[in-house]
Design a protein around this ligand. Structure first.
Ligand code: ATP
Ligand code: ZN
Length: 225
């Protein structure tokens, strides 16, 4: 548990969400001294500490109360929730707001030379993904009997490398799929970054600070529209 009296926010250290997270915090008026390599950055004008970690760790840190807030893609949030559900670990969070960055979709894809395929084609096939829980749920819902190959990176090369017949991966423009000779199929999940809060947070000072930040966040989002 975060037992300090400073509000602790987990954001991605480096990757597709980090720049947007940093500029969002700035727009909310949170001044930070973000020196490279530092795990924790202390705000100089508010009782806030920012923890910079891998995005995959963010939902768990918030679910376990190590951090009070976190910014993470819905894809990672949903996958972590399902994974924790399966193993019986705490997985509740309060979703405070959807954010206007990090848009992507989790979609199926297969080698272009195979042409259009129906869902039936996936029966008996191997599908590589970093999101096994979300994919398994989709396969169960659609009555598809395929096997799931878990890969933590370079999923798009799996068919060419003979590791799988198809993939289920994150797509934003589709350029990566195209560069790897893959054709895009059904979207399984649409995702944006979102702001989450520990479900059991009951520290009045932290809650009132969050209540001060949320209207600012609303203002930032409206200004963007
Ligand atoms: P980390 O080192 O933190 O684990 P990562 O390589 O897993 O980083 P990134 O590639 O930086 O993660 O992506 C972070 C998040 O950005 C994704 O989980 C997703 O929510 C979002 N995102 C937006 N567009 C894309 C995209 N085209 N491909 C992958 N992720 C995307
Ligand atoms: Zn990651």
């Amino acid at each position: 548990m975060n037992t300090t009296n400073r509000l602790r926010i987990a954001i991605q250290k480096s990757g597709r969400l980090s720049k947007d997270c940093q500029s969002l915090l700035k727009q909310l008026g949170v001044k930070l001294n973000l020196r490279e390599q530092r795990l924790i950055a202390h705000s100089t004008n508010m009782p806030i500490d920012v923890l910079r970690v891998r995005d995959d760790d963010i939902p768990g840190l918030v679910m376990d109360g190590v951090c009070d807030l976190g910014i993470v893609g819905e894809n990672v949030l949903v996958e972590t929730q399902a994974e924790r559900e399966r193993v019986g670990q705490a997985n509740a969070v309060k979703k405070l707001s959807k954010l206007d960055f990090g848009y992507c979709r989790l979609a199926l894809a297969w080698p272009q030379e195979l042409g259009q395929q129906s869902k039936d084609w996936f029966n008996g096939k191997r599908i590589a993904t970093t999101y096994p829980e979300i994919l398994k749920q989709y396969l169960a819902d659609e009555n598809i009997d395929a096997s799931v190959v878990m890969l933590t990176g370079s999923v798009e090369v799996a068919p060419r490398a003979g590791l799988a017949d198809a993939i289920c991966d994150l797509v934003s423009t589709g350029a990566t799929l195209e560069a790897n000779g893959l054709m895009q199929g059904d979207t399984i999940l649409e995702s944006n970054a979102c702001l989450i809060q520990n479900a059991n947070l009951n520290d009045d000072n932290k809650l009132s600070l969050i209540n001060k930040l949320l209207p600012r966040l609303k203002g930032v989002r409206q200004a963007k529209e």
